[in-house]
Design a protein around this ligand. Structure first.
Ligand code: HEM
Length: 292
């Protein structure tokens, strides 16, 4: 008889350091928001990972199913086509990296480039082809209004993040990424940045949560606010979502907000750990050691 041996697939050599440098060089863009694509790339990395379900062990960053419908069309992913377009430019320079690895490396490199911690990155995610992607059910990513827990949006966060294997402390740490970027009425309906320095990764989000007076937004540019319920600071320039304010309303979560507001180093360390977990959830064949 004959044994057919399949050749073990050999991973093509990728210069991850060069990829990360090219991502860093591609961030600045005066025509996008606050001048950097960094925040939107971080959101792409998070939404590609945040579909993970530990019970069915599907979803997660391995596969990059968001390249295709239905995931690309989910309301939660509105606007992320802009981040994917930036990724195309890097992919064409480095065709040997998978989209799934690229999106996570780009988000991770952007965090550091914007002043955050260096978070080790392990490679090995593979891209699913369109017909190998079992469509995931919509609803795996969080809703800022708390969905079926509008009176206690922290419980909606628990539904979503416990499903990925996180606890309350990790939920709060991850939410600190809202130091970055802004809400766009054309994407989510909400408006505004969370912090005064939306292209800098810091603990400002936690400080503002505790120090500012947050009230329901009533007006926008002189007219009545017609968007979804959200909060604003007294200047009307900054915002918080119902799920952000939930972190200081919830008795179990609030102590972590207080900790991270006082101790940026603790925030960076805890964020880094939770980010690795988030972006590696469901990944099967990652390199033993970080490649970046
Ligand atoms: C933006 C909701 C957690 C990172 C947004 C937006 C919403 C939102 C509504 C605005 C999107 C737009 O209009 O363009 C939520 C909810 C969360 C959550 C309900 C539950 C806790 C996270 C996590 C991360 C993250 C865990 C990363 C670790 C970001 C970033 C932006 C953003 C960086 C800004 C994107 C940009 O400026 O284009 N989020 N998010 N979010 N989110 Fe979250």
């Amino acid at each position: 008889y004959t044994t057919q041996q399949e050749a073990a697939p050999v991973a093509p050599k990728v210069d991850y350091k060069k990829v990360a440098e090219d991502v860093a060089d591609a961030l600045d863009d005066e025509s996008h928001d606050d001048g950097s694509f960094g925040p939107t790339l971080v959101r792409l990395g998070w939404h590609s990972s945040g579909t993970y379900d530990k019970n069915s062990n599907d979803g997660g960053s391995d596969g990059s199913g968001m390249r295709f419908a239905p995931e690309s069309k989910w309301g939660a992913n509105a606007g992320l086509h802009k981040a994917r377009a930036v990724m195309e430019k890097i992919k064409s320079k480095h065709p040997e990296i998978t989209y799934s690895d690229l999106w996570i490396l780009a988000a991770t490199a952007a965090i550091e480039e914007m002043g955050g911690p260096h978070i080790p990155f392990r490679a090995g995610r593979t891209d699913k082809t369109e017909n190998k992607c079992t469509p995931l059910p919509d609803g795996r990513l969080p809703d800022a209004d708390g969905r079926d827990h509008k009176d206690a949006p922290a419980d909606h966060l628990r539904d979503i993040f416990y499903r990925m294997g996180f606890n309350d402390q990790e939920i709060v740490a991850l939410a600190g990424a809202h130091a970055l970027g802004r809400c766009h009425t054309e994407n989510s309906g909400y408006w505004g940045p969370w912090t005064n320095a939306p292209t800098t990764f810091s603990n400002e989000y936690f400080r503002l949560l505790l120090e500012e007076k947050w009230t329901p937004k009533k007006k926008h540019e002189g007219k009545a606010w017609t968007g979804p319920f959200q909060y604003e600071d007294p200047s009307g320039k900054l915002m918080m979502l119902p799920t952000d304010i939930a972190l200081i309303q919830d008795k179990a979560m609030r102590p972590f907000v207080e900790k991270y507001a006082k101790d940026e180093e603790a925030f960076f360390q805890d964020f880094a750990k939770a980010w690795v977990k988030l972006t590696e959830n469901g990944c099967k064949n990652l390199t033993a050691e970080p490649v970046w």
